[in-house]
Design a protein around this ligand. Structure first.
Ligand SMILES: C[S@@+](CC[C@H](N)C(=O)[O-])C[C@H]1O[C@@H](n2cnc3c(N)ncnc32)[C@H](O)[C@@H]1O
Length: 287
């Protein structure tokens, strides 16, 4: 299913042409994190990196974290790519990155082209996430690393309620509706604490998305195991871990530690335990 043939992909693309994500004000570029603070994004032995669904800022951060690597930054949206290119140039990493328009469902790169893939916040917007993941696995070299973030479905359930509340409204109507939620409304905190809601691009991305379809961890587990992708670690906000979250949620530690990482993710998510979406770091263990 290509750029022009799929209705969903075309609508997702149209959204990000109009509202490239994230919105990055120029002053923010002066305060971007440096290599040390971007340690989690670094894979020291990666010669080639693909940032799949790069949006406006991520390729620059990946380039800063991996100064030794050649990077390809791919996105559906030409507007996002243009902005991303300007940001990279401004930040002095433009030479390290090649920007390309393309669709994750049909990557044009040969098998095993990249040592490291970064794909965060993208698969749940894909019409066929399993096919997109399989394309990512195909272009990843054996022993390569995949950094993947998708929405934790249950922890995000209040955001999905908010989406249903504003479905069909235009941006200003939707914003007015959510801004006017009463102090006692059960969804008010979920909306007010959603920091992305402050920019148009973030608001549309969060509440008016053209296609936002969370993926169950049980599905991921099956897909990854059939593609030879194994979980190396789970990145959560600093100071958090799956075990700590489970303890705080009152889950028996001994039982919890016997589960696979996928099951642990599912359990914590089912209790809406994630404040932020976990990022999975996976390794390809066979071609
Ligand atoms: C929520 S943004 C995330 C941007 C970036 N990865 C980040 O974490 O800041 C999703 C991005 O994925 C891109 N995208 C969505 N579906 C895609 C697809 N099928 N192929 C390539 N890019 C896609 C969008 O154009 C958009 O720029």
């Amino acid at each position: 299913m290509g750029l022009l043939n799929s209705n969903i992909t075309a609508r997702v693309r149209a959204q990000y042409e109009r509202y490239p994500y994230p919105h990055v004000p120029w002053w923010k570029l002066l305060f971007l994190p440096g290599t040390k603070q971007l340690e989690r994004l670094a894979v020291p032995n990666a010669r080639t990196i693909l940032v799949a669904g790069c949006g406006t800022l991520q390729a620059t951060l990946v380039a800063r974290a991996n100064p030794q690597s050649q990077i390809v930054a791919l996105d559906l949206s030409e507007t996002a790519l243009r902005k991303a290119q300007r940001i990279a140039k401004f930040c002095g990493v433009g030479q390290a990155i090649r920007f390309e328009q393309g669709d994750l469902h049909e990557l044009t790169y040969p098998d095993a082209s990249f040592d490291y893939l970064v794909c965060t916040g993208v698969l749940h917007h894909c019409e066929k996430p399993q096919s997109a993941l399989s394309e990512l696995a195909r272009v990843l070299a054996d022993q390569g690393t995949l950094r993947l973030m998708t929405y934790a479905p249950k922890s995000r359930s209040q955001i999905y309620q908010l989406q249903r509340l504003v479905k069909g409204l235009n941006l200003s109507e939707a914003k007015r509706t959510l801004d006017s939620l009463s102090r006692t409304h059960q969804l008010r905190y979920a909306y007010r604490s959603y920091s992305d809601a402050r920019t148009k691009a973030g608001f549309v991305d969060g509440f008016l998305h053209a296609h936002d379809q969370p993926i169950a961890y049980s599905d991921f587990e099956k897909w990854c195991s059939s593609l030879g992708l194994e979980v190396l670690r789970v990145d959560l906000p600093p100071g958090e871990s799956l075990t700590e979250l489970a303890r705080a949620l009152g889950i028996d530690q001994q039982t919890f530690s016997n589960y696979s990482t996928w099951k642990q993710l599912e359990i914590v998510d089912n209790l809406s335990g994630f404040r932020m979406n976990p990022t999975l770091v996976l390794k390809k263990i066979r071609a």
